[in-house]
Design a protein around this ligand. Structure first.
Ligand SMILES: [Zn+2]
Length: 130
């Protein structure tokens, strides 16, 4: 049971690494596929170690998989989740941008991946001037 839990932790870490890569390289279909696969593995392990896994994660996956089944990632474009088109709170936007940890859309539960747009770049430039 403990090793299963470690396996899940390991997968989550790999997911974080993947998110880190996304920060520098942008998002490709391969990346999405890769990360979605990782999430499937986590989800499978989850069934076996249900009680051991952190409650928040469990709740998240259960809610999420019921709704999406498929692609667990959503791009955040101009601060809006592209899965449900609800605006992401500004404090969270910054964290998604930095991609230091996995951030979920509060509305639909998708894992948010930052995609820079012209508008974002301009806004960032504005901030630097101040
Ligand atoms: Zn969403």
């Amino acid at each position: 049971m403990v090793s299963k839990l470690q396996e899940v932790e390991r997968l989550l870490n790999r997911l974080s690494d993947a998110m880190e890569d996304l920060r520098s390289d942008g998002l490709s279909d391969d990346d999405i596929h890769c990360i979605t696969k990782e999430l499937e593995l986590i989800s499978e392990s989850k069934g076996k170690t249900k009680k051991q896994i952190r409650r928040d994660l469990l709740t998240h996956y259960e809610r999420f998989y019921k709704r999406h089944n498929d692609n667990a990632l959503a791009k955040m474009v101009n601060g809006v989740c592209q899965a449900c088109f609800v605006a992401v709170p500004s404090s969270k936007r910054m964290r998604v941008r930095q991609a230091k940890q996995i951030e979920y859309c509060e509305n639909c539960g998708a894992i948010l991946v930052f995609e820079e747009t012209e508008e974002d770049r301009e806004r960032q430039e504005e901030l630097k001037k101040k």
